[in-house]
Design a protein around this ligand. Structure first.
Ligand code: AMP
Length: 213
């Protein structure tokens, strides 16, 4: 099963991805996590991506499609994947569709879960968000202390959660990412809108219901 998690920054994709992954027993692929790891490791990919990310802009499609192609050809993703923030532009949606066709086995995007949330709630969430430096688990307001409950890593603020970068990310979403939903609808993919406001458990339950689980 190939599932695209879609939504504004702060909609809860990174929180829901591992929960859905464990409920469905498939791995996740989050390009944001891959890019942040590359930045920490100081690789050429990280150096290329850093300035785009810090100011809240999208990293070029070619970079994202290269990461996706490298990852999705690995056996770990043969049974399916939850794509967290991977498809953020129409060229990425087109590139992914072609890539899946090339990989064979009748693979295609089975469902797009579009997390629905308004901008006021996004700004509120991101202004209190911290993430674990080590395992990337996000915490919004409910973190106890400054270490990760899962791995003990240090909780830090993401540079792109600064108000200026958040404003940029929201307008980038409107201009470049929002049209992806219509693309998937037009292409005949199964698109389900999921109310992303409420407790983490409620949103997971809504997402699973939308997938018929
Ligand atoms: P995220 O962790 O998903 O919020 O992504 C953080 C940042 O990484 C984004 O604001 C972009 O700069 C970059 N990024 C992650 N995924 C993509 C993508 N699919 N296309 C373009 N840029 C991306």
């Amino acid at each position: 099963m190939i599932i695209v998690l879609f939504g504004k920054p702060g909609a809860g994709k990174g929180t829901q991805a591992p929960l859905l992954a464990s409920a469905l027993d498939i791995p996740t692929l989050a390009t944001g996590d891959t890019l942040r790891a590359a930045i920490r490791a100081g690789t050429p990919l990280g150096l290329e991506a850093k300035s785009f990310m810090d100011r809240g802009d999208l990293v070029p499609d070619s970079v994202i499609l290269k990461i996706a192609a490298e990852e999705l050809s690995k056996p770990a993703y043969a049974t399916g994947v939850i794509l967290d923030g991977v498809v953020r532009t129409v060229p990425q949606a087109e590139g992914l569709a072609k890539m899946l066709e090339t990989l064979g086995g009748g693979r295609k995007v089975d469902a797009v879960l579009a997390f629905d949330i308004d901008n006021d709630e996004i700004v509120r969430r991101l202004s209190t968000r911290t993430v674990c430096e080590k395992c990337q688990t996000p915490y919004t307001g409910h973190a106890v202390g400054d270490t990760c409950e899962k791995c003990g890593g240090k909780l830090v603020r993401r540079k792109d959660d600064d108000p200026d970068a958040v404003r940029t990310r929201l307008s980038v979403y409107d201009e470049q990412t929002a049209p992806v939903l219509a693309w998937y609808q037009h292409a005949g993919n199964n698109v389900a809108v999921v109310n992303a406001v409420g407790s983490v458990a409620d949103v997971t339950a809504r997402a699973l219901k939308a997938l018929g689980k």
